[in-house]
Design a protein around this ligand. Sequence first.
Ligand code: GLC
Length: 753
Amino acid sequence: MRLIFRPIKRTFFYAFLVSLFCLPALAATPSEAKIEQLLSKMTITEKIGQTNLRGRSSRATGPLPEALKQTVIDGKVGAFLNVMKPHERDELQRIAVEESRLGIPLLFGRDVIHGFKTIFPIPLGLAASWQPELAESGARVSAIEATELGVNWTFAPMMDIARDPRWGRIAESFGEDPVLTSIFSVAMVKGFQTDDLSNPTAMAATAKHLVGYGAVEGGRDYNTSLIPEGELRDVYLKPFKAAADAGVASMMTSFNEINGVPATGNKLILKDVLRGEWQYDGMVVSDWDSVIEMIAHGFAADKKHAALRAADAGLDMEMTSDTYELYLEEIIAEGKLDIKQLDDLVRNVLRLKYRLNLFESPHRREVKESSILSAEHRQKAKEAALQSAILLKNNNSLPMPKKGTVALIGPLAHAAHEQMGTWVFDGRAKNNITVLDALQQELGNENVIFAEGLAYSRVMNHDGFTAAIAAAKKADRIVFVGGEEAILSGEAHSRADISLPGSQEALIKELAKLNKPLILVIMAGRPITMGNIIDYVDAVLFNFHPGTMAGPAISDLLLGKVSPSGRLPVTWPKSGAQAPIYYNHKNTGRPANDKDFVGINDIPVQAWQSSLGNDSHYLDLGFRPAYPFGYGLTYSQFSYADLKLDQSQIKIGGSIKASAIIKNTGKREASEVVQFYIQDVVGDVTRPVRELKNWQKITLKPGESRTVTFELQTDELSFHNIAMQEVVEAGDFNLWIAPNADSGLKGHFELIE
Ligand code: GLC
């Protein structure tokens, strides 16, 4: 066994590379002396003022309230969120800089999650592309557009590991895998921040929600998270560590408690890990009212106690609630909090403002020519939507021929608002191109017969069925575009039943009776279970809410201009009842397997109390998901052959190379996501049955072969043992080069001291 101390893991090499770009920006930030100099001049009221993030509804009407302006003059506010009227923002910043005693500029925060005006696929969709560069590109476009309107701080990327599709915020995540999530998170941080935060088009990014929010019990938002510390460190904290190494400017605490301690008052996370082990020097902000929510959690008796528990844990800035403003001075006067602790909070806030160069350039940028919704931005959004679509089934009904007529049916076929997905505040439906718009453009209006069938996804009645069936009867083929409205995923929107809402399934079954090619296109914020309808359709093209350019992307995919290349960033269950469900699970003492499994209807009547098929499965659903992590089809086929390892035994500290020959055996050019997994067979604690360590997305012409090689450094095999030490242990390892988490070419190597 070898102890590892904060290794630079191969898999996080990307993060390390990025941090080489980011760190100069952070290292080049003004010396700490400037911060100390300013701090020394500040009154306790002004210090507390810097820890206050005030909300303002972007729907607020009328002039800025005089009282609000006065709080800025008095130095009682450090930042605003949702101030979106440029004249308001300019006025508040002018007042802060010119009329307050010390002229400390303000931060202006906004949730710019997957686009600002040009909307990209939701983060789960971006992850489905397995192309982090597309996430970086989307973040860059978002930052250019948002900084044009004065936003200098975004509350993104969200990097919660999500293993439960009932949880509405799985939509904002990059899925269930810590490596995929880490690499996508770092890509977005770079896109938002560039390698120089003082760049006027750069926005401070926020790694959120620290931590374990995706592990809420039952997939029910805001619920309790119980996570053993080893799992916390090896799974849930990994993306935050990668983001911290890449120079993310801030972090946000989550609403949930972790093992009895709310994240917003959690010293283990905020002090021991973040500041102690990681030496992180960015700023930590609470989530909306999460400080006062510690009262409801039963972790604070009242607002004053909540202020103490948050400040004592090291929370730098309080979002929207006002406990710091009301009680910190009193708490310090009572000796319950040391003024030095307050100074530490304020230092982190000031450091961020210096890094953004706000003292020199509080308004940051004069925009000569707007690039909002430019053709270039739209093209980048389309590319992301194209690459994130996942083909789940295809009985050769895709790609569609251009000739003939199409009946376009379904509640999301022409739903410009819904296709943007969750967490969109500044995107507008009028800027979006729907599937109907695009298909009419491609095929001619006369060849596309549209009938929505349901006015929106939750409609339960069958009032629109007649018109939809009539339209389908006139056409050569049927494309049903269904799924979830945007509001059915995202914050506070968990669903227990994750099948198609409303009467969509009923309409699909009616359309299937016409015996015409029936293609199902789904837009949703989570995997949608399709057990009731999968046999009724000929193809399924799945898109996690694709954004502004959903129409052109889906049209190109349906018509075969581009072959689908997305792969699942989450395991796809047969039923929400299987959740939480994820590929990198433990093996258990009785691992489910096909050989032993006895289905509920195969158990003999009056069977005696036997161990019949007695291992880890459900009698009615079995144990497999509908589709495994990493799964996705294309318009071609690929073969995997000739797995080779450069050695079968490696020493700790060394590396191993594995390769395989991938061939496009089909008739069309297509892309394949070649995935590299390992398994640590025996550990000081049990280890997952598989762990993704890397991947390569390659495009091959028909008949073309390519040798794909992965190099694994042994420190990528580290985990936390029973003693909570990060270790690499000698022993047996399996590895796979695979198309998904449930198959592939399997090899073996031994790791020795
Ligand atoms: C919300 C979300 C958080 C968001 C914040 C500001 O409640 O949990 O992700 O950034 O409030 O809108």
